[in-house]
Design a protein around this ligand. Structure first.
Ligand code: HEM
Length: 254
């Protein structure tokens, strides 16, 4: 069973919260060279949605950040964030003074990555329901996450979706009509921040994992944790995460 793997990520908490749950990374972070499978996935997504998935504010500071990242992780020289993202498993963004200056996310959750370029941490997170604390801490978080003396931080997010693809591009939002647990997937993101050395710029890496929910449902502790967490989400959060119908499916299977 996939979720018995030692590295299976299960970040579900009760109650569900949007509080900034970042944890300092103890080990050195590494960008992993891209596999053939992920390269094929990224090229297919870029072919379909190129201008939605990648965007950047071309500038010397971006070129300099790309150079720092390529050298740090022993990757080929890249002149754009798209070139860099095609070399690694991760989806990537670069922030400067807490604003996104470049992004290439081939597996976004329900948002259009190119639209966050130029936006601040506060502006990006503003539409999220129940996120008062996160918004209040935006400026503090932005400077903390690019502070070289503090190092890298990690957080995980999770959701349940009827779309089996790692990409939850908004155009696919209403294309699926789940009826039972077998039609659902547990989606996690491992998000890592890496300061780039000048206390201004930082790298944001995201890795996505998809697991059929039926595999997790066999584990009653995990199943109950998911049910309890969803039960604590506000109506606004259920709507935002597209979980209303999914919640009723999970309940009907009890
Ligand atoms: C590391 C500190 C961060 C924290 C604590 C944080 C927190 C959150 C939370 C609580 C949510 C909504 C609920 C969820 O899905 O979990 C969210 C969503 C989001 N975050 Fe962050 N975030 C962080 C970093 C970033 C960065 C650096 C970016 C820049 C690209 C970003 C972009 C987004 C976007 C675009 C969404 C909306 C996703 C969607 O609607 O599907 N976040 N974040």
């Amino acid at each position: 069973m996939k979720n018995s793997r030692e590295d299976f990520i299960f970040p579900v908490k009760v109650p569900y919260s949007t509080a900034p749950d970042i944890v300092k990374l103890k080990d050195e972070f590494n960008l992993t060279s891209i596999s053939d499978e992920v390269l094929t996935f990224k090229l297919e997504e870029l072919n379909k949605f190129h201008d939605d998935l990648t965007n950047e504010i071309t500038s010397d500071e971006l070129l300099c950040s790309l150079k720092i990242i390529s050298e740090k992780y022993n990757l080929p020289d890249a002149k754009t964030i798209e070139d860099l993202a095609k070399c690694v498993q991760d989806d990537l963004a670069i922030l400067s003074f807490g604003k996104v200056i470049a992004i290439c996310f081939c597996a976004p959750s329900g948002f259009i990555p190119s639209k966050v370029v130029g936006k601040s941490f506060f502006e990006i997170h503003h539409p999220i329901p129940d996120s008062e604390l996160l918004l209040k801490m935006s400026d503090k978080l932005s400077s903390m996450l690019s502070d070289i003396s503090r190092g890298s931080y990690r957080r995980h997010i999770w959701t349940i979706t009827a779309n089996p693809s790692m990409s939850q591009h908004p155009s696919m939002k209403d294309k699926f009509h789940p009826k039972s647990i077998s039609d659902l997937y547990f989606r996690t993101e491992t998000q890592t921040t890496v300061p780039l050395g000048d206390n201004v710029h930082m790298l944001f890496s995201v890795k996505v994992e998809m697991t059929p929910l039926k595999d997790i449902w066999m584990d009653s502790v995990k199943k109950n944790t998911i049910l309890e967490s969803i039960d604590t989400m506000s109506e606004a959060m259920l709507e935002y995460k597209n979980l209303r119908i999914i919640k009723s499916i999970l309940k009907q299977e009890l």
